[in-house]
Design a protein around this ligand. Structure first.
Ligand SMILES: N[C@@H](CCC[C@H](N)C(=O)O)C(=O)O
Length: 262
């Protein structure tokens, strides 16, 4: 039996198993094990699993797996949680730079509030029914009425697997504007294959899409998810969204030990 220590973190209800893998002992290619650990009935239960590893040039490297056990694209809430985890491990103090699948990220942490710099967005595609952009992960965004009663699972799943995304898929966000720069957001997440309580790259995409679609001319927005409120702010310069920050709470939930049969 092998024992692996883990921590559980959550950011606005998007929850993650967090493992310090600086010694490279975690079986990273064991997709079935990762999916089982994330399973809410047979495992610990989480929307994803995150490894903190060493980096040559930065404070650490973030490796993110979706709940289905496959390595995912960037996770904004997971990025905020790993900053809180790195602080808990005393790898960082109040500021950090780290590597992730979509490149270098900067972040600052003040108590349990983490502000995470996201990648620049140079392209936002506008269609009649929706917008599409990549904030480290791909996001389809549709503005809807009556979001509280909207069937996110069925509609999200159809869009995620439908044209033009098919197997590669996309995350799907449904949005209702509440006031000038406040939006209620519900997200169907690729790799979890269900609605989650919050998606960090998703709300980042919503804030940018709302600006691009002229729903607001503010360069900050408050995004109300089922798990709490996040803020996104950015600079808009020459059609480029830069200095994009995702800000909100990241919280440790508990510590535990996994026993594997390897
Ligand atoms: N929950 C995440 C999004 C994670 C990425 C995604 N599920 C994918 O691989 O497409 C977030 O907070 O950004």
């Amino acid at each position: 039996m092998n024992k692996i220590s883990f921590y559980k973190y959550q950011g606005t209800g998007n929850d993650f198993i967090m493992i310090d893998n600086r010694n490279q002992t975690f079986p990273k290619n064991n997709t079935k094990l990762i999916a089982k650990l994330c399973d809410r009935k047979f495992g610990i239960g989480a929307d994803g699993l995150i490894l903190l590893e060493l980096s040559n040039l930065q404070d650490f490297t973030m490796i993110y797996y979706n709940a289905d056990g496959n390595e995912g694209s960037m996770c904004g809430n997971g990025g905020r949680c790993i900053v809180a985890f790195a602080k808990q491990l005393k790898i960082i103090d109040t500021h950090t730079t780290f590597d992730a699948v979509d490149g270098l990220h900067e972040a600052k942490i003040d108590k349990d509030i983490v502000s995470l710099k996201m990648k620049n967005v140079t392209e936002v595609q506008k269609f009649n029914t929706h917008l599409f952009l990549n904030t480290g992960s791909p996001h389809h965004i549709a503005f809807v009425d009556n979001i509280d009663s909207f069937d996110v699972y069925t509609n999200g799943k159809n869009i995620r697997y439908g044209s033009p995304y098919f197997e590669e898929g996309t995350n799907v966000n449904f949005v209702e504007q509440k006031d000038d720069n406040t939006f209620k957001v519900r997200t169907y997440e690729r790799g979890v294959e269900n609605e989650t309580l919050s998606c960090g790259t998703g709300v980042t995409a919503v804030a940018i899409a709302a600006h691009k679609a002229n729903k607001t001319d503010k360069t900050n927005a408050f995004l109300k998810t089922l798990g709490g409120t996040l803020e996104v702010y950015f600079d808009y310069d020459n059609n480029i969204y830069k200095n994009v920050f995702l800000k909100g709470k990241a919280t440790k939930v508990f510590k535990g030990e996994i026993q594997t049969e390897a």
